[in-house]
Design a protein around this ligand. Structure first.
Ligand code: NAI
Length: 332
């Protein structure tokens, strides 16, 4: 069975080839991102394997269906970029990797929180220049602070455990509270209370029509003055322009992002010899209290091994019985 892998980076070659050894799958790697201009590369494939910034809208799905593609195997947990209705109508099954390492993303979230708090990213540069002054590096004790987690699924629950370990008071908002979080002492509150009481607000919910721009001007105004806001979920959960207004007014005291609403034009590419084509993103980079990473929350050895293994299992089970192991279905 031929599987065409889009947005393939060197680590995808290494981990997928290792996981597919002996499976009989014929892997074809394409560096190109999947879109209407590149979909034809999959001519002859029965499955395509895609990542977070590949275009899986109705037009691409129609092209894939016409070429005989039967399965879209996502190398991600999030599936907000797939037109599920179009896939269903075209008879293409969609599979994802529901859980690979919630630790990877939760720990990266903590890395952003601690770096922003203690300014290690700034201290690194200062010390290298022989500047050992401490002005501007003042942080706060995590112990005793209130951390608000929006979305306590797999990642949010691991994050709650780590933050509780620091001695934070952990608040959470989720339509489906996690018993594990409740056992940890996490208090489920309404979003308004979470925003009003949290020193750190962190977003771990999926991007859905309900969570699109969940953090807008009104939500920012409802937060504590000087709040730390961290988003490692999906970029469009945050209205970036509203966040820039919040940073300018000082309402947001620190911002950590691993995702950005228009990241498809930037992330995973080396633009260091060119320029940043996105003026809103470039504005974000001018604030000293903003720390951005380029969607690397998932990027640990353990997570990549698990993503590759589950992707191969999804494709193999589809080949054997017409159903991928972790099928994404339309919501009822
Ligand atoms: P999950 O499905 O286990 O948990 C999501 C939780 O969010 C659920 O408990 C759900 O009830 C809750 N939720 C849904 N709507 C909500 C709302 N309006 N308000 C509050 N909570 C809400 O998903 P998991 O594995 O924890 O991942 C969460 C998200 O993190 C993914 O959807 C994905 O977008 C993102 N992610 C980011 C990665 C990165 O590299 N930065 C890697 C993996 C996932």
């Amino acid at each position: 069975m031929r599987v065409d892998i889009f947005s393939a980076k060197p680590h995808d070659h290494a981990f997928l080839q290792a996981a597919a050894r002996g499976s009989g799958l014929d892997l074809m790697f394409h560096e190109a991102r999947l879109n209407t201009g590149t979909a034809r590369l999959a001519e002859g494939a029965q499955a395509v394997c895609a990542f977070v910034n590949d275009d899986l809208g109705a037009d691409v799905i129609a092209m894939l269906a016409e070429m005989g593609v039967q399965l879209i195997a996502l190398r991600s947990a999030g599936f907000n970029h797939v037109d599920l209705r179009a896939a269903q109508a075209a008879g293409i099954a969609v599979a994802r990797v529901p859980a690979y390492s919630p630790h990877a993303v939760a720990e990266h979230t903590v890395a952003l929180i601690l770096s922003l708090n203690r300014k290690t990213h700034r201290a690194f540069n200062r010390v290298r220049e022989g500047n050992f002054a401490l002005d501007g590096l003042l942080g706060f004790d995590m112990h005793g602070k209130v951390a608000g987690i929006v979305g306590t699924g797999l990642i949010g629950t691991v994050l709650a455990r780590i933050l509780a370990g620091f001695g934070c008071e952990v608040l959470a908002s989720d339509p489906r509270p996690s018993p594990e979080c409740e056992a940890l002492g996490v208090a489920y509150v309404e979003m308004e209370e979470l925003l009003a009481r949290s020193d750190i607000v962190t977003l771990q919910c999926p991007l859905t029509p309900d969570t699109h721009h969940l953090i807008d001007d009104a939500a920012i105004a409802a937060m504590k003055s000087g709040v730390m806001l961290v988003n490692t979920s999906r970029g469009a959960v945050v209205d970036t322009r509203a966040v820039i207004r919040g940073l300018k007014s000082g309402q947001i005291g620190a911002l950590g992002l691993d995702v950005y609403e228009e990241e498809g034009d930037l992330f995973f590419e080396d633009l260091s010899q060119s320029y940043i084509p996105d003026d809103v993103f470039a504005r974000l980079l001018t604030f000293p209290n903003v720390l951005i990473t380029g969607h690397q929350g998932f990027f640990t050895r353990e997570a990549l091994q698990a993503i590759a293994a589950t992707t191969v299992e999804n494709i193999t089970s589809f080949r054997q019985n017409g159903r991928p192991l972790h099928r994404v279905s339309l919501p009822d």
